[in-house]
Design a protein. Structure first.
Ligand code: SF4
Length: 214
């Protein structure tokens, strides 16, 4: 079993409770206007085996409070998603939160097959003209659904408005010196960051310039 992977990171602190393992799938055909993750739209060129991915994340799984699967669109690689969910459930006691740009109704069949494996799901496409007032969501049309007792225990308190104290972004540097962000930026955050860096003589290009986010 292989999957197209964008990246993995630990710890992520902006996409669910605690210090989380984040796994970004590569590939999304939904293409919401205004999405900030346009780098995950294409099919990508990094296909990894599930076994290699599990070996890579094993040290983090032992420390993680939970796992967030996002992208890209995880449900567009459903067989790999299902196998990964089964493996994560066996290896971790943390909660599993999944982001999808598909509606809850459109995912009904797949969710029947993931019963007991997904604790919380944030569904529905990002809408750049909807308000953004809810925790963990990029636009207010997106729904947080809880499917398990663990999801209720760990994620129910995110059925609430955004708080001013909610952290929006994790900033990360990779081995090549590139910086990238995880989380749910507030509207205009990336353009403000670009302007701030530009005023200090730096150049930054983000997909918010051309479009977008979940
Ligand atoms: S917001 Fe999510 S579902 Fe929408 S285009 Fe971006 S990655 Fe795809």
């Amino acid at each position: 079993m292989h999957l197209s992977l964008s990246r993995v990171h630990f710890p992520v602190t902006t996409l669910g409770p605690g210090r989380r393992l984040g796994i970004w799938f590569q590939g999304c055909s939904i293409r919401c206007p205004g999405c900030i993750s346009a780098d995950t739209w294409g099919p990508g060129h990094r296909r990894v085996s599930l076994d290699a991915l599990l070996e890579h994340i094993q040290p983090w799984l032992a420390q993680a409070d939970g796992v967030t699967l996002t992208g890209g669109e995880p449900f567009e690689q459903f067989d790999a998603l299902l196998a990964l969910l089964q493996a994560l459930r066996q290896r971790s006691e943390g909660d599993i939160l999944v982001y999808s740009g598909h509606s809850l109704e459109a995912l009904a069949e797949q969710l029947g097959q993931t019963r007991g494996l997904i604790d919380g799901l944030i569904s529905d496409p990002y809408q750049e003209h909807s308000e953004q007032t809810l925790a963990l969501r990029g636009s207010d049309n997106q729904r947080l659904s809880l499917f398990t007792p663990l999801g209720e225990a760990r994620l129910a308190h995110f059925q609430r408005p955004l708080h001013a104290s909610d952290k929006a972004l994790d900033l990360m540097f990779d081995a090549a010196g590139s910086v990238w962000m995880a989380g749910i930026p507030r509207r205009g955050d990336l353009l403000r960051l670009r302007d701030l860096l530009h005023s200090q003589g730096h150049q930054i290009q983000t997909s918010a310039h051309t479009s977008k986010r979940r």
